[in-house]
Structures are given as C-alpha cells and as structure tokens.
Design a protein around this ligand. Structure first.
Ligand code: NAD
Ligand code: TYD
Length: 342
C-alpha cells in the first residue's frame, strides 16, 4: 500500500506519518509538503532514513508537479492534511486559505481521478458546523448538522468539503471526510492556544486570553485522531462523513489556569485581550457514528493528555524555541503587539 500524506510536516500530519510507519511496517508513506511557516522538516528527522518513507517538497496547488508525482508513485490512498490552519491568520489574509484549502484540494482530487485511487480522504474540521450556544449543553454537532461557517478558515474548509462530496457524486471518486475537534499534543505549532500558553508561561510572559476566555473547545489528543483516520481509510464507507471528537469540552480560561498550575506559574500572568472577530463560542462533537460503525473511541482524557503534552514541550524545547526565535517573532508582534487588554 502506497499512501500519500499531504501536510505531513505539520502538526497532525507528522503525527499521522509516525503512526502509520509504526503500525504498518509494509506500507510506503510519501509525505507531500510545501514547508510553509507551519511545516517543519526537523519534525520528520526520525523517519527520514526509513526506507518506507519519502519526503517531497511540493505545493498541492502545483498541478503539473502533483500529476508528475502521482504518475511516478501511483498512490493507493491520499490523505489530505495540507492546509492553512490558523483562524487568526485567515482573518488577516483570507486569500491563501482559499488557494491552498480549496484549490489545492481540487488539484489533488483531479490527480486522483486521472491516475485512479482506492480512496481520497479529506481531513476537515468541526468548524464547518459553525458554533453552538453556551447555554445549550445538550446540543452537539452530528454529521447532519448544517454547514454554517464563521471565519475565512472554516469557510475555506467547508468549500473544500462541498467540493469533495461533489467529486464523489459527479465523478464517482471514492472519498471520505473526517471532521474533528481541536487537536493537541506533540509538534503543535506554537501559534495555537495550548503550545502558545506553555511557551509564554515558561518564559513568564503574559498569557493572552481572548475576551473572557469562556469559549469552549472539545479537545482531542492527536494520537486518538490519527487512529480514527487510520480506521476510516481502511474501513470507513465511501461517500461518508465521520465526526471525530474527544468528549473533552473545556473553557479556554480553565485550560490556561491548568497550564499555570502544572508549570507552577502564577495565574497573574493571564491577560485578557481583545476578542477574536467572529469568535465561535462552543464546539462539541457527537462521535456516535464513528463509534458505532468503526468502534472508535477517544482513549486519552484531557487531564492525562495535557500532562503528556506539557512534558513533551519541556523535553523538546529546542523544537519550539527554534520556531519562536525566527519569523514567528514578527507574527507575534503583529497579532498581539497592538491588541488592547480588557
Ligand atoms: P498545520 O498548520 O500544523 O500543518 C499544515 C501543513 O500543511 C504544514 O506542514 C504546511 O507546510 C503544509 N501546507 C500548507 N500549505 C500547503 C500547500 N499549498 N501544499 C503543501 N503543503 C502545504 O496544521 P494541522 O493543525 O496539522 O492541521 C492539519 C489538517 O487538519 C488541516 O487540514 C486542518 O484544517 C485540519 N484540522 C486541524 C485541527 C487542529 O486542531 N489542529 C482541527 C480540525 C481540523
Ligand atoms: P486556536 O488554538 O487558535 O484554535 P481554534 O480557533 O481553531 O479553535 O484557539 C483555541 C481557542 O483559544 C479559541 O477559542 C481562541 C482562543 N485563543 C486565545 O484565547 N488566545 C490565544 O492567544 C489563541 C491563539 C487562542
């Protein structure tokens, strides 16, 4: 089996590469990644010499290069993680989100049609469902929840999902889609909530909580997510969407307080800053379908997962210190430098 993993130098993609190489010693895994600011080749260093692994620096929007690689490698399965993934950046500059997330998806699926494929899997997000109100804890996203997006990021992911389903119906492309909640764990880029708070707390820097910090996310340990995708590509039904959720709803402010506690840092570092525009209140997934059909359940409780994650960031300082000492400085200054406190 030859599996293309796009975006495999990013957070979830790299964890998926490791998971697949560990689980299937006879599979060939080809990672396709443009190495944007979010892609990090050093993450893949442990597998670079694995004979079953190949890394190709490539833009999924580059039709000619993608076709050439399909012709050469003849993949059986494509798992598309490649995307611009940060909501705040999409608010600043939506265009690259539409290019990579929608048009890049189109190029990959065109290649799948041209060269033939057993499965095209699109890694999507629960953000395509919009948000849920805080005062309705009885409500969850199911696969039938209407698409209703809030940010340029989620709109681009929803656009891609619609295109994936259209390619299935129109051309009979064998597709599946997974929509997961917020992931956390090793190799999470430090612009996202959990790694950003860990890095800032360790440096005794302010911890910028948007608004009151009452927004709820449903946290999924990245390894649990990788297992879910592994199951879907092998046993999931073609043409189906599967929601993947952690059953781990947490308010942002509680996560930041927990990180302070775990690191022995004072909560006085917490600074309430100007809220994100269009900020979604609550995400919560009902994973009944993937549980009933494929037997998947999240195995990692947040209390354990966050400890493991903090330990990983303590043990792998070099990985994230290199990132935050580079171009990231400019990003941080731009995003947080002028953000008013409340
Ligand atoms: P990430 O930003 O850490 O990694 C994205 C990777 O894609 C990077 O390695 C980057 O270099 C690569 N990439 C970007 N544009 C590319 C292009 N044009 N061609 C080739 N490679 C390109 O993202 P992540 O958090 O690992 O997310 C992976 C996928 O999962 C995304 O599709 C995202 O929408 C989805 N997702 C993420 C979460 C989450 O909590 N992180 C939740 C739901 C869904
Ligand atoms: P994030 O990690 O960007 O993921 P997403 O927006 O895709 O859910 O943010 C998670 C939550 O944390 C979200 O409600 C926004 C909030 N947040 C902060 O309060 N401060 C921050 O500095 C960041 C990056 C996020």
């Amino acid at each position: 089996m030859n599996i293309f993993v796009t975006g495999g130098a990013g957070f979830i993609g790299s964890n998926f590469v490791f998971h697949m190489l560990d689980t299937y010693p006879d599979y060939r895994i080809v990672c396709l990644d443009k190495l944007t600011y979010a892609g990090n080749l050093s993450t893949l260093a442990p597998v670079m010499n694995n004979p079953n692994f190949r890394f190709v620096k490539i833009d999924i929007c580059d039709r000619e290069a993608i076709y050439k690689l399909f012709e050469e490698e003849k993949p059986d399965i494509v798992v598309n993680f490649a995307a611009e993934s940060h909501v705040d950046r999409s608010i600043e500059n939506p265009e690259i989100f539409l290019q990579t997330n929608i048009l890049g998806t189109q190029v990959l699926m065109d290649a799948c049609r041209k060269y033939g494929i057993q499965r095209y899997h699109q890694v999507s997000t629960d953000e395509v469902y919009g948000d849920l109100p805080l005062d309705r804890p009885d409500l969850f996203f199911t696969e039938e929840t209407p698409i209703h997006t809030s940010s340029p990021y989620s709109s681009s992911k929803a656009g891609a999902d619609l295109l994936v389903m259209a390619y299935h119906r129109t051309y009979g492309l064998p597709v599946t889609i997974s929509r997961c909640s917020n992931n956390y764990g090793p190799y999470h880029f430090p612009e996202k909530l959990i790694p950003l708070m860990i890095a800032n707390a360790l440096a005794d820097k302010p911890l910028p909580v948007y608004g009151e910090g009452l927004n709820v996310r449903d946290w999924l340990y990245v390894e649990d997510h990788c297992r879910a995708i592994d199951l879907i590509i092998h046993k999931g039904r073609v043409g189906e969407v599967y929601n993947v959720g952690g059953h781990n709803e947490m308010k942002n402010i509680d996560i930041v307080k927990l990180i302070c506690k775990e690191l022995g840092k004072p909560e006085s570092l917490i600074t309430h800053v100007e809220d994100r525009k269009g900020h979604d209140m609550r995400y919560a997934i009902d994973p009944t379908k993937i549980h009933n059909e494929l037997g998947w359940l999240p195995e990692t409780k947040f209390a354990d997962g966050i400890k493991k994650t903090i330990k990983w960031y303590l043990d792998n300082k070099e990985w994230w210190e290199t990132i935050i000492s580079g171009e990231y400085q400019n990003y941080y200054e731009k995003m947080y430098g002028n953000r008013g406190t409340i």
